[in-house]
Write a protein that binds this ligand. Structure first.
Ligand SMILES: C[S@@+](CC[C@H](N)C(=O)[O-])C[C@H]1O[C@@H](n2cnc3c(N)ncnc32)[C@H](O)[C@@H]1O
Length: 333
């Protein structure tokens, strides 16, 4: 066991915000293996999680951090783990003096801060800005950026690889790769399984749709639909159709019971109900005690849930969907 494996994750020091914005360990490990080379710069290293993983796979890591407190925490983390191959610099990654220090580094990586929240993001919201980094480090040809998935693909250079990464069924980031780092056009990478789906230019971009569910309902891993790879999924699962999509969830349905890690959850349909009273009756008939609502509810999730659960006396947990105004009661498979 290496020193890093012994010390991570529990011994890492962090302030609350620094830990919240730090890279999940599984992603940090994957990114380090994917980028593995001689030297890398981590521009905006935060409390140092990604840099710590880089140090396992690179001979030389140079980490830059603007925030004084996070710089100190990262430095302490590197020292505590005796990571002699990381040099940490306090300062602005867009400063000429820092650029000079990075002149021999092969790969420039940055997981910039996301100070603004919104439906749609642009690179200008990020700090340090990937566009400014590219302009500044113009003699380099190998960049990788981890950016929010809300950034629309059409706002990103066509030549860059786009890799949507999910971890345990939650979408986490869009990783971009330029120059010699590029391997795919666009892909969905699902961690921890490391199953990857890539765009297939030889299939028709068709997504079969259906109004009411068949026997099984599948929640599709978000990396797949963020990467616009639903046609690829349905091309592979021929007996499946799309049944519902909103901003946060996409469900498909099939008469077949597929077991595949690309489905975050699988539900088995038990009944269909035309209205809320019939739903409550059918839940009672099926020994339901608890429900979770799996359709889009803007407000009052708990008051609706409580009103449905009020007279239930059974033991089973049901998941309620709504398709075309009808309710579907299902159980987790
Ligand atoms: C999302 S965090 C990085 C987290 C890091 N990947 C980790 O695993 O802990 C982004 C960091 O970039 C730093 N930052 C923002 N602008 C910067 C700049 N111009 N130069 C250097 N660091 C910067 C922020 O202070 C913040 O700590």
């Amino acid at each position: 066991m290496t020193e890093i494996e012994k010390t991570l994750p529990k011994k890492i020091e962090a302030d609350e915000e620094g830990f919240r914005i730090s890279t999940p360990f599984e992603i940090a490990d994957y990114k380090s293996r994917r980028l593995k080379n001689y030297s890398i710069a981590d521009l905006g290293c935060g409390i140092g999680v990604q840099s710590i993983y880089f140090s396992k796979y690179f001979e030389k890591v140079i980490s830059v951090e603007l925030d004084e407190n996070r710089y100190k925490i990262a430095k302490k983390n590197f020292e505590k783990m005796h990571l002699k191959n990381i040099e940490i610099i306090r300062g602005d990654a867009l400063d000429n003096k820092i650029m000079e220090k990075l002149k021999d580094v092969e790969i420039i990586f940055s997981d910039p801060s996301r100070p603004k929240k919104g439906e749609e993001w642009s690179f200008d919201f990020l700090s340090p800005s990937p566009e400014k980094i590219i302009k500044m480090y113009k003699n380099k040809d190998a960049f990788s950026f981890d950016v929010p998935v809300q950034i629309k693909v059409d706002k990103i250079n066509d030549d860059w690889e786009k890799e949507y990464i999910s971890l345990e069924g939650e979408i986490k980031r869009l990783s971009l790769y330029t120059g010699k780092l590029k391997k795919f056009e666009i892909s969905a990478l699902m961690l921890p399984s490391e199953i990857r789906m890539v765009k297939n230019p030889n299939i028709e971009r068709i997504v079969p749709e259906i109004d009411l569910p068949e026997d099984y309902i599948y929640e599709i891993d978000p990396a797949i639909w963020y990467a616009d790879l639903l046609p690829e999924l349905f091309h592979e699962f021929k007996n499946m159709s799309l049944i519902y999509r909103d901003r946060k969830k996409v469900f498909s349905t099939s008469s077949l019971n597929y077991i595949d890690e690309r489905f975050k959850n699988t539900y088995r349909k038990i009944f269909l109900a035309n209205d809320i009273n019939s739903l409550k009756n059918k839940l009672n008939e099926n020994n339901a005690g608890k429900v979770f609502l799996r359709y889009r509810i803007e407000n009052d999730y708990y008051s609706i849930k409580n009103s449905i659960e009020k007279n239930l006396k059974g033991k089973e947990t049901f998941f309620i969907f709504q398709f075309k105004g009808k309710y579907v009661g299902a159980v987790k498979d």
